[in-house]
Write a protein that binds this ligand. Sequence first.
Ligand code: ADP
Length: 313
Amino acid sequence: EEEKKKYVKGRKLGEGTYANVYLGHSRSDPSVLVAIKKIKVQKEYTDGLAPDAVRELKHLQELGGHPNIINLLSVFSSKDQNLNLVLEYLPLGDLEMLIRDTENVRYGAADIKSWMGMLTRAVWFCHDNYVLHRDIKPNNLLIAADGEVKLADFGLARSFAQPGAKMTANVITRWYRPPELLFGARHYSGAVDIWSVGLVFAELIIRSPFLPGGSELEMIQMICRQIGTPTEDNWPGVTQLKDYTVSNTIQPVWGKEAYMSRFGAVGSEGVDLLVKTLALDPKKRITAREMLEHRWWRTDPKPTRKEDLPRKT
Ligand code: ADP
């Protein structure tokens, strides 16, 4: 109750798949702008579970303070039992807007390196704190006034949203979903986020989604075709996964050379890193920590300084 009094709610900023987002400001200091995200909570959660949700989200608040993770300033439930997240206000849109606006927004390898560095540091910080994000995609990478990219929209909040809304969110997320989840793996790791990071990397380069499957089955077909067919040879145990299905024609896993024609704009070292994020077997996929040690970051061109990065027009 106390938390809620600290902020004044203003005009509606937008409507998401499972929440309404409002502009707001701090009551004690009106120059502090915030985004208040009001999540419509499922009916079955309204008695009793909302406090749990709040408790779990408080945990997320502890991730705050990293420059590349959106700061969750406060969490409270309103009298209609909805969950309210008070987030730092990020006025410059998201990476998806920049990727899509090919008419007005131009960027190159140095800019991609800068954005990918910020994303990788965010994911490393999450994993180092035993938090999986589970929904990394360009639309969840918001841009601060100083150009800093911030990872937003942790899946936890979504898990309390209305089921109908949740389905819609799933549709958007499908393109970034790793093969182990498509095959119904029940135990998974930080590697799920790394796969999504790899797909964001690919999309930044080609400026369109790399694996835009229209269904889960089509996702698997695209992975087989563009990356290679998961088999016992390249991924021991894969055939035992609950939903494992691949077509009879086995596509060998493509090597780095095959990626060069399409993704060569980031250079040979960049492509090397990309291929390592897209390893089919999650055990063989590069980790966030290993990504940060990769040679690409220290190869020319240097990453663009955040204040010099392209912005939405
Ligand atoms: P989506 O379902 O597209 O992920 P969200 O529910 O996260 O959308 O947010 C809906 C809209 O509210 C976004 O399109 C964005 O314009 C705005 N928004 C969300 N979070 C913030 C923020 N921290 N600062 C400024 N605007 C935001």
